[in-house]
Every structure is written in structure tokens, then in C-alpha cells.
Design a protein around this ligand. Sequence first.
Ligand SMILES: [Zn+2]
Length: 373
Amino acid sequence: MTGFVHRITAVDGAARVGVLHTAHGEVPTPAFMPVGTAGTVKAMTAEAVRSTGAAIVLGNTYHLMLRPGAERVEKLGGLHRLMDWPGPILTDSGGFQVMSLAKLRKIDRDGVTFQSHLDGSTHRLTPARSIEIQHRLDATISMVLDECTAFPATLEQALASMQLSMRWAQQSREVFQHRDGYGVFGIVQGSIYPDLRAQSARALLDVGFDGYAIGGLAIGEGQATTFAVLDATMPHLPTAVPRYLMGVGTPDDIVGAVQRGIDMFDCVIPTRAGRTARAYTSRGVLNLRNARFADDAGALDEACGCPACSRHCRAYLHHLFRCGEMLGPMLLSWHNVAYYQDLMRGLRDAIAGRRLAAHACAVRALWAQEDAG
Ligand SMILES: [Zn+2]
């Protein structure tokens, strides 16, 4: 048969721990996918990404279709080979970035025409073209083309946008080429409206996908609203297949979403923060540009085994950022990705031991130490 096997090994409340079996290897879930926008997790070698325990990374269709081009990636042996990442890769559909980056975009019933933010050249993305690009990239998991509904949106706007996305989802599913261990995910839309989310989930279930993503969140609505939308949406999704919350989030967002039954995450936060001297640690968030670290001979995070923490001190990291040395962003991206993977490992262990609620409390209490100090 086609698609994936997602073997759920333990459940604790709404949370689940399991293993997603793909053509490119196994992914322990809940999983965090570092974002490799243009075929690289910024400032990290593939070896460094692997060393953190990350099992799957994300690539961006919008960026890769413009540079170096999907056909070129295919000719060069595919994204796995180019990136030195034989493991699973999930690619987005390009829709989100067209809306956030491209110039002069024009949406119609069948797709979106836009100008590249790089050179102004005109391109067109349809559900079929997006799936074709992701196929050429050799994505393990492809995403359907959708329209990320703007926030805020009225009920009428959100309905029209969601219905367009559901039409595109069906078209994406129809052209996706089924292969063992590969899959395509549908994306639930509907803004902050519970009825629209339920309607969207039902429409996707009628088509049938290998996994279900929840899109259109983490775009300014705030954590309480994100969680309210999850609470309204999760009961409408099947339990056996993976559920993926797109673009989320901070460690605190992730803990709350795992408690609500999410299996997969991606977010630029750990790498973007790493490039701007912000460190996510087991004791909270630090800004290493802060003068208080100039003489701090301690480890960035005592609980972390990454090179930034095990081979250097906070004062050195502070120094690198003060001097604008590229090793600063490299070490801190490595640390932040390592921290996110440690966080996921801790959550998986806690679910397996049926102690997730206590674990979440303990993790949050530790964050407060550094955030407060
Ligand atoms: Zn570290």
C-alpha cells in the first residue's frame, strides 16, 4: 500500500507518542522539524542538524522553485542528495511564502500568479504545479497548496478562503503520485471560527490524506486563540494519522500543542533566534548580547550537550556576537535546535511514562528561572 504507517505506542490524555515510518527513515513523534528554507538549515551543516537528534527537516517550495529551480534540483539528484540529508524531508506548498514574500500576487480560482521577490520575474503556482515541484524535489511529505487566510478575517472572508483551499486540496490530492513511504498532507483552514475549522476538516477527510495539518495559525492571533482553535479542530481529525501544526512555535506553544495531540511541528524560531543572539534554554530565554554575560564563565545551558554548551562559556558566545563573528550564529543555531530536540525527547518520554502533565509543569517552572532573572 501507499502512504505512511504511524504507529502510536503510548497515549497520555490527548497526547500521543509514536513512530512515523517513511521511505527515508523513521520519525519519532511528537517531532520538531528544523526549517531548511533554501535547502539548508541556516548556519548549520547537515551533520550538525543530525547530531541534535532531528529526524526530519523542512524545505520551502517557494524559495527552491525560484532558486535553484525544481528541475535543476531533480537533475542534480534531488534535495536529499544536495543537502546531504538522506532522512525524511517535508516541503511546504509555497502558498504561505507567496503571500508573505512575493510582490504583485494575484489569486484566482485556479492558483496564484506572482512576481519573485528576488528579480521581479513572473511565476504561477497551481495545486498541480506545487505538487509537481515537491515531487521533483523528492519530498517525503508534500503539502497541498492552500491560501493562508489573513488574520484577522471576517467570517465571510474566512469561509471563501477556506473553500478555495479545500478545492485546491482536492486538486493537489488528485495529481499526487502515490509511492510507498511517501505521503501528502491536507491543511485545515478556517481562521478562528470553530464551525469553519470543523467544516474544513470534514472536507479534507472526504478526500482522504496521509496526514492532516492545521494551518493559518501563529500569524498574530495569540497563544490562547491558537489553543482554542486546536481544541475546536482536533476532535474532527482521525487519531491514527499524523497531525501537524504548521509554523508553531515557542517551546511553551509546543508543550501546549503536544498536550492537545499534535505530532509534528516546524518553526524558524530556533534558527532565527540563534542568528540574533537569543538562546532558548532549559532555564528560559537569554539574550547573549547582554553585558551581564561578558565575564560569565558558565555554560550556556548546563543541561545541554551541544558544542556551544559543552565546549564554550557564555562569555565567549557574548564576545562572538559583540564582534559579529559568524561562529556566534552557528553555535547558537546549533544550541537552539539541540534544545528543541531535547524538549521533544523529554515530551516523548513523559507521554510514554504517562506523566506529561507533571513534566509540563516542571519544564515551565524551570523556564521561569532565567526569564525572571
Ligand atoms: Zn547547547
